[in-house]
Structure formats: structure tokens, C-alpha cells
Design a protein around this ligand. Structure first.
Ligand code: ATP
Length: 877
């Protein structure tokens, strides 16, 4: 549970407690290596002597290598008693020495300070003691929290584990049940105490003064080297040359300072929100208004009825919200957020799993919906830099090193130059001595050799080049948040594209629906408005997340085209809810009331509950109630293979696969629909035992610029790859149409099966993809060769005319069971279909592992992680 009073050190943690080193989040991108240090008087005195002896140069070295501060002034000690901690990130890019703080707290959870019984029985606070014999621990509580801050995150000392860990909030180890039980909010005492622990709910981006930026820039090793070179040239009377280099460097520093400052100001302005007051539940006392900056995890906020921009991550517990998440995902389709539910008491809350119930910081709540006068309440789970928006800011402020290999090579190159310089210097020294050269002249000449071999103006030239490139890109509407990436973009050799909305148009065209009755497909109906009254028509009318904003119907383009095709009308909740139930959010009915005349009741369907679409489950569902019926219905729509697996097998036509193939091979986007009448008593699991209703077939045209762009990339020898959530056949068809796969190229489709009861070993299968044909003419059989899949892929030649088309399932089977095939998949894979958002990101990382410099172009929520992971990510909007 979230609150756990830790009043004793768990058995066995004493030895862990004596460790001076620890790793937080091992194996992840957020891995941090910690080493504890405490002050050492003797070392400090020696250090200051050294400072005097080196005329302060050692301080400069310390500035470049902060870890030296620990080695030269302090001694290693167990983490529990450290004064400072040396923190290194996974990539070694950011190293910092941070101070350990003690914060007073009244929270049980953080009564975390440890006391140790000294040999004489007195209690000390453990801060000075590291003797094993003194670790005969007694539990006392001093109300102090031991912690340190690194890159805006706080790490606290966990008494039970005897280790530092990230400060947890309600987004981890918290059950959904607990969140529901928290609706009374916090008392002002609790809020005050948490404020000291979590800090203010703000993302304040520091904009450094020009003077500070200048000092920081000039103190970098390259500029110091440059200053030394200029001084040397002045002594050597190279006045013009020194003057030129000085001018170029001053220009480059000036330009780079202006750019850095401008970017920081832009970032600060983008991230800052107007500080307003917000209503929060105040324990049993009702509601109080507090500044948003004072929100803490556990607060229960009232989402304003007129909408707001969220400044924290909060979980909805009552009411619904329509949110514009474009700031986080780039997708401007309004998203419906529903209150948190849970299957069982133990279900843990997670912002990723429960994202349809979470309002994320930075997103705009456009509308709220509530029943009667009830308030729309949300429990705050994360604040400040820990929010989704805070993570984004941190990713910009502390970017992951771009290309470790590039930096390693650069260092090797400089070392090589240094060796060359030393050889040159040694040779010259010998020659000067032989010729009895004058000492002053000799020193000047020798140092000059270094400045000849290592060009001092190189960084200045590179900065000017980058700034120039950045401005050119800006003119083309391309904005770059990390300028060094521009250099990498020149080396991109693989470019990945999302399909829907990136290679193809955002909008879709209705092709028709293929109704299914008694497990038989009927003729396609190209005008869905002509469908008779029944579940299929109702599924098209209700199974969506459309909403009205400013009198206009808004939502997913797929949902919009589907709903508009049947010519129905959508009405958002009105005052009159008596006809259905007390809960009555949205009503749909045919435009023309004459359409279904002769019925006893008007044809009206209420959407009682929505389970909004999620890429990871590839479907959405709604629970509805039709006037005149005494039961509710569930309608599901989504990826055909997902929906068919939720249907009763006897309701799915025997030629389902064949008909599906017939459309997808043409590049149509196919969605399946299903339905079930619900029992009066709704059980927990509703998306099961469904009746298959038919297929919705949509056309998705290529964007006019797609084919030329793919050709340009191919001409430049840049590999093009498609990573999509859509079906493999549709993806292959689009890949052929846009020229990613040329007309006569061979495509091998790779399918995968994880181990199951029947087949204890994982399998992969392959089949040759056929070329597109007329949908009406494709015959039943598609050839496939199973079992041999592994061998076939293993021996597959890396011919340019053979492409692999890999399904998401095959990708995960290969990752988990046949990792040795992954290089081949990465080199030959052109189409990756039915990929989940996580798999998209994983593929980008795999390509990077095999030395590809990867670009990614995507349009929305399911591409965010992949865009972040790529060397260069481009969000199409
Ligand atoms: N609004 C929706 N309602 C129900 N099912 C949907 C909806 N949108 C997409 N789907 C189904 O879920 C699948 C996965 O969707 P996802 O958004 O992850 O990828 P995509 O849109 O198909 O392709 P891409 O990754 O290229 O954008 C789709 O192929 C489709 O079958």
C-alpha cells in the first residue's frame, strides 16, 4: 500500500546499508549509479594547497569533471551517512555531485530517519556512524526525511531497504481502490507536510543570464584551449591570425548565447501556465480554494466546468472530461476521459494502463460532463516535474546522449591528434636542442605545433554551422529542439514512417459495410444509411467517442466518417434523463424521424458508458440502451482479428479470413463490429461472447507527397521502413502503392506464435505475400509454409529485392525466443504491422543497436515513444 510505516530495518539489510555504491532503476534508461562520500578534513587541506600550487587551474578541471570534487576533497562512505552523493547516469553524459538533505516531515510514510545504537547504548542519528558493530539497529523515529535532488527528481532514503529510491507518488504502488477511497482529499495539515516533501506543483525553467551563459560557454575545454592559443599567437606576433580567430569565436559565442537564451525563454513560455486558484476537497470540511502551485499528490481537485489547462496529472473519479491532448501527443482529436474503475481491490493504478482515466499535465480540458450538480473530481497523482509534461521538459533539458559511438570516435580522434602533436613536439625539441635554439622561442614553437595539429577554431566553426542550419530549417517550418541533432540528421540511413495519417491522409472515405447475419456475409452495402434497423446500424451509430465542441461534431476521423455515413444525429446530455436512467450522457437518433416510422417507440439510443479506443487493445466498446428495450447492449469495434476472437465462434463466418484478406490486400482499412445483449445484472467482463455483426471498410488514400518523398529517400540510399498499428495486408498494399516496396519485389510475411498448451515451443511461420488484385477476383487459397519459418528466415539472402513484412506478434516472438534472427529482421524488414506503441519504440532501438542512424516520422499518440527514441523524430501535424 502507498502508506507504509517503516519502523525497523528489515533483516539482512544491514550489509546493504554498509554499501557505498548503489544503482537506482538498474537496466533502464533512467539508471543512476550512486556513490556516497563524506567530508575529509585532511583531503580538503591538501586540495586547497593544490589549488594554490596550480594557480587555480585545478578548480577549472573540477568544473569539467565534477567527480574529482569527491575524489580530491572527500572519502567514500556508506550511502546512509553520506554528505554528498556522486550521481552518474547510464550513459555517463551527466555526472553530478549532489548534497544530501534532511527534511522535516510529519508523514508516517517518511518517518524514515534511522538511529543506531552505539556500543554504550546511546542513540545517534546514524549520520556519523559506519561501524558494523554499531548497526545493532533500534527503531526510533525522528521525523526526518533523508533525500537528494537530481535533475528535478527527488530520491529518498528507504529505511526498509536501506537504499535510496525515487520518491513515490500516487502513480506507483497505489491501488485503484485506494484512489477511490481518497475522494475526501487532504487536510490542510497533510497538504502542508506533503508540500515540504514534494515541493511546489510547478515546472519553473531557469533562464540563465547572458553573463552566466557566457562564463559557462567560455569555460568549456575547447574555448580555454582557444584562449590559450590566441595568447600564444599574440606572443608570437601572429596578430592578424589571432584577431581573426578571436572575431570568429566571439561571433560564434554571441550567436550561440543568443540562441540558447532564446530557446530557454521559448521553452519557459511554452511550459508556464497562468497560476490560478483551484478548488480542492479539504478533508471533511468541504472545499477550499488553493493556488495550483500548492497541489500535492493526494489532493482531490474539482475540474472547472468551463475547462482548464491541467498543471498536474490527476485521475478522474467522478464525471467525464473531453480533453485536447495535442500538447503531449500531437494528435488534436479530442479524447474522452472517463472515471477510474477497477476489476478487483488489488488492481494497481498506472498512468500508462489507465490513461483513459488520467488527465495529464499540459493537456487542455475542453469540457466536463457531470450529472446534476455533482462535481467532476480528480485525484492528483503526480505534480511538478514528475508529471507527463515535466518528463517532456526533462527530456529536453537533459537529452539522452545522441550517439555514444560518435562521441567515442571524436575522443579517439582528439587523442590521435594529441599523440601526433606529442610526436611532433618531441622531434622539434630534439632538433631545437641540437641547434641550441633560444628557450623562449623553443617553447613558443613547440606549443605552436599543438595549435597547428588541433584546430582551435573547430568548435566555433561547428557552432556557426549548426546555427545557420537551424535557421534554414526554420524557414521550412522545421523546428529543432536539440540543435546538435542536425549533424546526425545528415547521417540518417534508415527512415521509419507511421502509416495512417503520415503516409496516408488523415481523413478516410467510406467504402461500405459488409453485413453479417447467421455467420454469413451479405453483399457489401455502400451506403450505410440504407441499413435496416438492427444491431449493425446501432453499432455504427453508437460505437464511437464523438463529442460536440462549439456545436461541431469532433473526434477520431474514423468515427466521424462512420457516424456521418448513417446520417444520424448526436445529442449531448440534456436536462431530461428520465427516459433512460439517471446516467445518460449521449443520445443518438436518425436525422429524419420518418425513417423508422411505424415503430412503437421513437428510434433513440442512449450511450450509457464508453470504453474509449486504445491502440494497445486495438478496440473500443460502448454500453447502450435503446428506447423500448428492457436491456442494455454492448457494441465493440476494432481490429478484425481482435473482435473475432471476442465473438462466439459460431457467429463468425467460416470465410472470415478470406473476406478480410480480400479487402486488406487492396489497402482498405477494415474494422470489425460486434454486439451482445447484456443481462440485467452486468457482470465484470462484458467484452466476451459477442455476436459478429460485420465489417466496416474504409478507403485511406496516400498523401500526394508520400511517393515523391519515398523516392527521394531511396535515391539518397536511405532505407524506408513502415511501422504501423494496422493490418499486415493493408500495410503491404500501402507499401507497394507508395513505392516503399517496388512492383516486382518479393515480400515475405513473417508470423509468430508464442508457446501455448498445444505447442510448447514458440514458432514462426512465413508466407509469400501476393500482389494486389481486384477484390472481387481473389480466390480462396493463400499459400503458406509453416514450421520451416525459422530456417527460411535464417538463410534468407539480404537481397535488395526481398523485404520482410513482420507482424507485431512475430516481432515479440522473435524478440523473446529467437533473438538471433533480430539482425536479419532489422536489415530486411520493410513493413512492420500490428505493432503496439511499445514495439514501435523497441524496433527503433533495435535498428539503432545495429548501427542505423534512424529518423522517425509519425502523427500521433501511438508514435510518441518511437519519435522520442529515434535520432531524429518528426511529428506531422
Ligand atoms: N477509432 C477506432 N475504433 C476502433 N478501432 C480502431 C479505431 N482506430 C483504429 N482502430 C483499430 O485499431 C488498430 C490499431 O490502431 P492504431 O491507432 O494503433 O494504428 P493505426 O491507426 O492502424 O496505424 P498507424 O500506426 O499507422 O497510425 C487499427 O488498425 C484498427 O483496426
Amino acid at each position: 500500500m502507498w502508506f507504509c510505516v517503516t519502523d525497523s530495518i528489515a533483516n539482512g539489510s544491514a550489509s546493504a546499508l554498509l554499501q557505498s555504491k548503489a544503482v537506482i532503476n538498474p537496466g533502464t534508461d533512467d539508471q543512476l549509479d550512486l556513490t556516497g562520500y563524506r567530508n575529509d578534513v585532511l583531503k580538503k587541506i591538501t586540495f586547497y594547497v593544490l589549488v594554490v600550487c596550480t594557480l587555480g587551474f585545478i578548480l577549472l578541471v573540477l568544473y569539467w569533471k565534477p567527480e574529482l570534487d569527491c575524489y580530491l576533497k572527500r572519502k567514500e562512505c556508506p550511502l546512509y551517512c553520506a554528505d554528498v552523493i556522486l550521481v552518474k547516469d547510464k550513459y555517463g553524459g551527466f555526472t553530478d555531485v549532489v548534497e544530501v538533505q534532511l527534511i522535516s516531515t510529519t508523514e508516517d510514510k517518511y518517518d524514515a530517519s534511522v538511529s543506531y545504537q552505539e556500543a554504550d547504548g546511546t542513540i545517534s542519528d546514524g549520520g556519523e556512524s559506519d561501524d558494523r558493530s554499531q548497526l545493532v539497529k533500534t527503531s526510533t523515529v525522528a521525523g526526518k526525511l533523508r533525500c537528494f535532488d537530481y535533475q528535478h527528481y527527488r530520491y529518498v532514503w528507504d529505511v526498509q531497504r536501506g537504499a535510496f529510491r525515487e520518491l513515490d507518488d500516487l502513480s506507483t504502488n497505489t491501488t485503484c481502490k485506494f484512489i477511490h477511497e481518497s475522494v475526501n482529499g487532504l487536510t490542510s495539515e497533510q497538504r502542508k507536510s506533503r508540500l515540504t516533501i514534494y515541493g511546489e506543483n510547478a515546472i519553473d525553467i531557469e533562464v540563465k543570464s547572458y553573463w552566466r551563459l557566457f562564463i559557462e560557454e567560455v569555460l568549456t575545454p575547447f574555448y580555454i584551449f582557444q584562449i590559450a592559443s590566441i595568447i600564444l599567437w599574440l606572443f608570437d606576433e601572429y596578430y592578424y591570425y589571432a584577431g581573426c580567430i578571436f572575431f570568429v569565436s566571439a561571433l560564434s559565442i554571441g550567436v550561440s548565447l543568443c540562441e540558447t537564451k532564446k530557446q530557454r525563454i521559448t521553452l519557459r513560455d511554452m511550459m508556464s501556465t497562468a497560476t490560478i486558484n483551484i478548488m480542492v476537497a479539504d478533508g471533511e470540511e468541504g472545499y477550499v480554494e488553493i493556488p495550483e502551485r500548492q497541489l500535492v499528490p493526494g489532493d482531490v481537485m474539482v475540474v472547472p466546468a468551463h475547462g482548464c489547462v491541467m498543471t498536474c496529472d490527476a485521475v478522474l473519479v467522478t464525471g467525464t472530461c473531453i480533453v485536447d491532448e495535442s500538447m503531449l501527443t500531437g494528435e488534436s482529436v479530442p479524447v474522452t476521459k472517463t472515471p477510474l474503475t477497477h476489476q478487483d481491490d488489488q488492481e494497481l493504478y498506472s498512468p500508462e494502463v489507465h490513461k483513459r482515466n488520467t488527465l495529464f499535465a499540459g493537456t487542455h480540458v475542453v469540457q466536463t460532463r457531470y450529472y446534476g450538480t455533482a462535481k467532476v473530481l480528480a485525484v492528483v497523482v503526480r505534480t511538478g516535474y514528475c508529471t507527463a509534461k515535466g518528463e517532456l521538459v526533462c527530456a529536453i533539458l537533459y537529452p539522452k546522449p545522441l550517439d555514444f559511438k560518435f562521441y567515442q570516435d571524436a575522443i579517439k580522434f582528439i587523442l590521435f591528434l594529441a599523440v601526433m602533436a606529442s610526436l611532433g613536439m618531441a622531434y622539434s625539441l630534439v632538433m631545437y636542442i641540437r641547434n641550441n635554439a633560444e628557450v623562449g622561442q623553443m617553447i613558443k614553437r613547440l606549443l605552436d605545433i599543438v595549435t597547428i595539429i588541433v584546430p582551435p577554431a573547430l568548435p566555433a566553426a561547428m557552432t556557426v554551422g549548426t546555427v545557420y542550419a537551424q535557421n534554414r530549417l526554420k524557414k521550412h517550418g522545421i523546428f529543432c529542439i536539440s540543435p546538435p541533432r542536425i549533424n546526425f540528421c545528415g547521417r540518417i540511413n534508415a527512415f521509419c514512417f507511421d502509416k495512417t495519417g503520415t503516409l496516408t491522409e488523415d481523413g478516410l472515405d467510406m467504402w461500405g459495410v459488409v453485413p453479417c447475419d447467421n455467420a454469413h456475409f451479405h453483399e457489401p452495402q455502400h451506403d450505410p444509411a440504407q441499413l435496416p434497423r438492427g444491431p449493425l446500424l446501432e453499432s455504427l451509430a453508437t460505437c464511437h467517442s464523438l463529442t460536440i465542441i462549439n456545436s461541431e461534431l469532433n473526434g477520431d476521423p474514423l468515427d466521424l466518417i462512420m457516424f456521418n455515413a448513417i446520417k444520424w444525429h448526436l445529442e449531448e446530455p440534456g436536462a431530461d434523463t428520465s427516459k433512460y436512467d439517471t446516467i445518460m450522457p449521449t443520445v443518438v437518433r436518425p436525422y429524419s424521424r420518418d425513417t423508422f416510422l411505424g415503430e412503437e417507440h421513437p428510434y433513440e439510443v442512449g450511450i450509457i458508458r464508453q470504453f474509449t479506443f486504445s491502440s494497445s487493445v486495438q478496440r473500443m466498446s460502448v454500453i447502450t440502451r435503446t428506447i423500448g428495450k428492457d436491456h442494455m447492449d454492448i457494441y465493440c469495434k476494432g481490429a478484425p482479428e481482435k473482435i473475432s476472437s471476442l465473438c462466439k465462434p459460431e457467429t463468425v463466418p467460416h470465410n472470415f479470413q478470406h473476406v478480410l484478406h480480400k479487402y486488406t490486400v487492396q489497402g482498405f482499412r477494415v474494422i470489425a463490429l460486434a454486439h451482445r445483449a447484456l443481462e440485467p445484472k452486468v457482470t465484470d467482463k462484458v467484452e466476451c461472447d459477442l455476436t459478429f455483426l460485420g465489417l466496416l471498410v474504409l478507403q485511406n488514400q496516400l498523401k500526394p507527397q508520400t511517393t515523391p518523398v519515398i523516392h527521394t529517400l531511396q535515391k539518397a540510399n536511405i532505407r524506408t521502413v513502415m511501422i504501423t498499428g494496422d493490418m499486415i495486408q493493408t500495410a503491404i498494399s500501402v507499401a507497394r502503392n507508395c513505392g516503399m516496396v517496388r512492383q516486382y519485389d518479393k515480400i515475405v510475411i513473417v508470423n509468430g506464435h508464442p508457446p501455448d498448451k498445444e505447442h510448447p515451443a514458440a514458432r514462426i511461420e512465413w508466407e509469400l505475400a501476393e500482389a494486389a488484385e481486384d477484390p472481387e477476383l481473389v480466390d480462396d487459397e493463400s499459400e503458406s509454409a509453416t514450421d520451416e519459418g525459422y530456417r527460411a528466415i535464417k538463410v534468407l539472402e539480404c537481397e535488395p529485392r526481398t523485404h520482410l513484412a513482420v507482424t507485431g506478434r512475430a516481432f515479440s516472438v522473435i524478440t523473446n525466443h529467437f533473438p538471433e534472427l533480430m539482425p536479419k529482421v532489422c536489415v530486411l524488414g520493410t513493413v512492420f504491422a500490428r505493432m503496439s506503441p511499445e514495439q514501435k519504440c523497441q524496433l527503433i532501438e533495435n535498428l539503432q543497436e545495429y548501427d542505423y542512424i534512424v529518423g522517425m516520422c509519425g502523427d500521433g499518440a501511438n508514435d510518441c515513444e518511437a519519435l522520442k527514441g529515434a535520432h531524429a523524430g518528426h511529428l506531422t501535424v
